[in-house]
Design a protein around this ligand. Sequence first.
Ligand code: SF4
Ligand code: SF4
Length: 328
Amino acid sequence: MRAVVVSGEGSAAAMVADEVVRQGGRAILLREGPRSCALRQPGGIEVVASRLIAVKGVPGSMLAVLEDGELECSSVVIVNDLHISSPRPPAEPLRNLFRTLPAGTVVLDLRGGPDRGGRAQALRAAIAMLDEGSEVVVLTDEVLAYGRDELLYRQAQRDGAMFIRPGSLEWSGDLLKIADAVTGDVISVRPTAVLSESEVEEHLADQGTVSMGPSATLRRGVLRVRANLLDDELATEARAAATLALRPPSPLHPAEVDETQCSACLTCVRICPFSAPYMNGSGKASVDPGRCRACGKCVAACAGKAITIQGSTDQELDARIMAAMEGR
Ligand code: SF4
Ligand code: SF4
């Protein structure tokens, strides 16, 4: 039976776990606790008292890495909310932010993927903060903005917001060092508040973009459900998440890089909509198979023809087209 790990507090996470069981799956609900233990809840949900640290693998064959162990599963669902934290004051949902945020330097972390409405709301809040004299740094991995969103991005940028696609974040006391993934520049800020979509670990927080719907994230096999939804919306999202989690998409062949052809130009790293390519220890590009959706964008853009996707070379595509035309 397929196991789905659900990470999150409150009734929203329980609702997702319930849906997984109702749809015939095995639900493992993570609850933070003093030490790991497994209990079986009425309704067939297994509860494990531990915290999700990372996720490895691809849909259908994943490992949820916990603080004190690992769980095999086919998918992971993270249930969370947009939080404010300021070198760790109590978390508050974003909707309270508009009344309570003091002026200062605000870091708005949108990498956790608020949906389109949430992102627009956060950008409007950023514009209002800039108006009131705050400095605003927006962390984002969103590379596509269009329509209304693009106007909001532009206005925030015109008003002085700094947009960064971070490669790494490092706290030193109350000083936050942000390395720009594209330019390599490091900026240091002393935030008076940090608004974060997610409280999960750094490498899990870069999930979900507005362009991929409410339950999709940048890592294949990891879905996200927002906790701050109205009951009806939550029920729909929980059902959708359980359905997707129990029926992972058929495996894709991820892009692969021939290091001997790679000139380390960074084009693939910049253009991938799913942040799959990265520079490895040898200074060449590699692709994280858990993120790659085999869209082919990097294959087309790589000047050195260093990237291929199995089954998608020109010759293979030509052969398939010919076969289809000849009715084979
Ligand atoms: S686009 Fe091609 S040459 Fe450039 S870094 Fe990526 S794989 Fe290497
Ligand atoms: S094929 Fe698409 S998803 Fe995969 S690494 Fe290239 S650009 Fe990213």
